[in-house]
Design a protein around this ligand. Structure first.
Ligand code: 13P
Length: 331
């Protein structure tokens, strides 16, 4: 295994001013977006939609990598070039979602564990041939209303799967993006989200260490520390930024080359504002902070112009330069 190559790829994914586009939605998830716009959810429509994103002019200055779905990594643009080639020719690093979704965890009512480890070594070898240089695995952690979930069982099952996935990725010389997502759903407070995020991250990094995963050759994709969507008290932007950084500083080792946030259902402008506010707090930080958004880059009407605008806003947020004027200045 070449730790240098893994680290170089990880650092390229968090290069200044750039972030990751997560375009790896399952057929069901992208289908919901299409349905709202009256677009049939066919393979060809999904191909054309992703082509629209990947061929947006100027996007390679704002987007460092794209996470693809299994179907998409095998598809080609209208000119016959595989999408991975279209992206690589622009200097955008192709990635692949390799988990097979979160399923109910036996023995832990209301909790989920992510599946997809069986045959993963072979699938990674194939994705490597298809030119994927990084991968994603999402663990889903819900905060229960009764204060019980997540349980130790749930946290450890998910951390164990993330660590096995990350070790297999590094063996295949693919950078693992390690994504333990604490869901925003529910009425919990920002303090409870802080507590669960901190416990989850400690559990995940312990599992990564036990499995011999090189921290220098991965990226962490965490949630921001937020109150639940139905919480009576929503937190101001600065409080979210401060809580998120305090939580990460307590739980993410400095050897990690970068942190790329998920958006998790936040409104797109808020996801930019939160990332921006983190960059306005006094530093320095041990790791670059960037974005790996799906919904917060694609929530606006499906046009190249809207996509470029959101990418530009998030790129600016990486240096604390996102402003209301920039938000209004869609070009
Ligand atoms: P969201 O930004 O929509 O949360 O998606 C990121 C992602 O890749 C989820 O796995």
């Amino acid at each position: 295994m070449s730790a240098t190559t893994l680290k170089d790829t990880a650092l390229a994914l968090v290069a200044p001013g750039k972030g990751i586009l997560a375009a790896d939605e399952s057929h069901a998830t992208i289908g919901r977006r299409f349905e709202a716009l009256g677009i049939p959810n066919s393979e060809e429509k999904r191909r054309r939609y992703r082509q629209m994103l990947f061929t947006t002019k100027g996007i390679s200055e704002l987007i460092s990598g794209v996470i693809l779905f299994d179907e998409t990594i095998r598809q080609a643009a209208d000119d016959g070039r595989p999408f991975v080639e279209v992206l690589a020719s622009e200097g955008i690093i192709p990635g692949i979602k390799v988990d097979r979704g979160a399923k109910p965890l036996a023995g832990a009512p209301g909790e989920q564990v992510t599946e997809g480890l069986d045959g993963l070594r072979e699938r990674l070898a194939e994705y490597k041939k298809l030119r994927a240089r990084f991968a994603k695995w999402r663990a889903v952690i819900a905060i229960g209303e009764d204060g019980r979930a997540p349980t130790r069982l749930g946290l450890e099952a998910n951390a164990h799967a993330l660590a096995r996935y990350a070790a297999l990725c590094q063996e295949a010389e693919i950078v693992p993006v390690v994504e333990p997502e604490i869901l925003m759903d529910g009425g919990h407070s920002i303090e409870r989200c802080f507590e669960v995020t901190e416990t989850t991250l400690h559990t995940v990094f312990h599992a990564l260490w036990e499995h011999g995963v090189a921290l220098e050759g991965l990226l962490l994709k965490p949630n921001m520390v937020l109150p639940g969507t139905t919480s009576a008290r929503q937190a101001p932007v600065e409080e979210v930024a401060e809580a998120t950084l305090r939580c990460l500083l307590r739980s993410v080792p400095a050897a990690v080359p970068g942190i790329v946030f998920l958006s998790g259902g936040q409104a797109d402008e808020l996801a930019s504002a939160h990332l921006n506010a983190m960059h306005r707090l006094p530093g320095p930080l041990p790791w670059p902070l960037s974005f790996s958004y799906a919904r917060a880059l694609q929530a606006a009407p499906l046009t190249q112009r809207a996509f470029r605008h959101r990418a530009r806003c998030n790129s600016a947020a990486r240096s604390g330069a996102y402003t209301p004027e920039l938000e209004r200045s869609a070009v």
